[in-house]
Design a binder for this molecule. Sequence first.
Ligand code: DOR
Ligand code: ZN
Length: 344
Amino acid sequence: MNEITITKPDDWHLHFRDQDMLLETVPATARCFGRAVVMPNLVPPVTTAELALEYKSRILAARPEGSDFEPVMTIYLTDKTSVEDIKAAKQAGVLAAKMYPAGATTNSDSGVSSLESLYPVFEALADHGMLLLIHGEVTQKHVDIFDREKEFIDQHMVNIVNKVPHLKVVFEHITTKDAADFVLGAREGVAATITPQHLMLNRNDMLDGGMRPHNYCLPVLKRSTHQEALRAVVKSGSPRFFLGTDSAPHTKDRKESDCGCAGCYSAWSALELYTQVFDELDALDKLEGFASHYGADFYGLPRNTEKVTLERKEWVVPSNIELKGGHNIVPFYAGKTVSWSLKK
Ligand code: DOR
Ligand code: ZN
């Protein structure tokens, strides 16, 4: 197959950042995605309905002319989030709340330190038909970084899913066979997003033959057996797994640093790279479900009606993106050849 036409996809997890950066990130996503779930880990974080609405209007203002791209807004849970905050978010059209365990990743310092006390908030999310989006890693420093996702399942995920049976939960950017197996075996209303980098790479791609900071993200890339498990679940066509790029820009100087930031900026290549992966798996027939159907169905939103076409045509990801003000971003897969292109 040299061409594939699918329903316009959505990105169920990404980071746009704010201010001038929106002029780079929003067009990159709007070029091929109908909607995107926008993560709230700004500095300071988007913790209330009011902040989410203001942020939404800044995103809309950065859309290319004529674009009907729609951001799906989220709020950031903290130890102080109240049941009233959830109600206000619902009334403002916010669909989901994101839970970062405090200190788990970029801009998560205000995240949740006492998960147990948040159960009334989880109940409120369920009552209002909102989703809980989870960064599923423990933050205990003695736990090996490669084991933090599995530990989170055992310590917290099982409880959240079982104690709040009507809550829709998205286990974000899963990286392990443990997480894939957990989601496959969980009750109805539990799903997961998977990034292009976790399907394409394993920890050797970050550490073998030199350290590659642009492949560093969180949860960190795992060993190849986990990568293979993720590839197997997307190939299976299970509707519990859908597209979430976790596209997360950081400037080049902050990635190539003594203490480099986590995040891969994949917005310009993600859809093409997912297509490449499904092609490698001989599963192009499963791409549309993963990219365009299952996420919308899980969120209870209509599927997009437009179509996009990808063609088998090689292109090279630029090695650098220059931002206004002199900063640079090295995009994910920089300088490498992608075998599928978006047809204009
Ligand atoms: O790699 C990551 N980058 N993982 C996250 O969870 C956050 C993200 C970011 O905001 O940069
Ligand atoms: Zn993220």
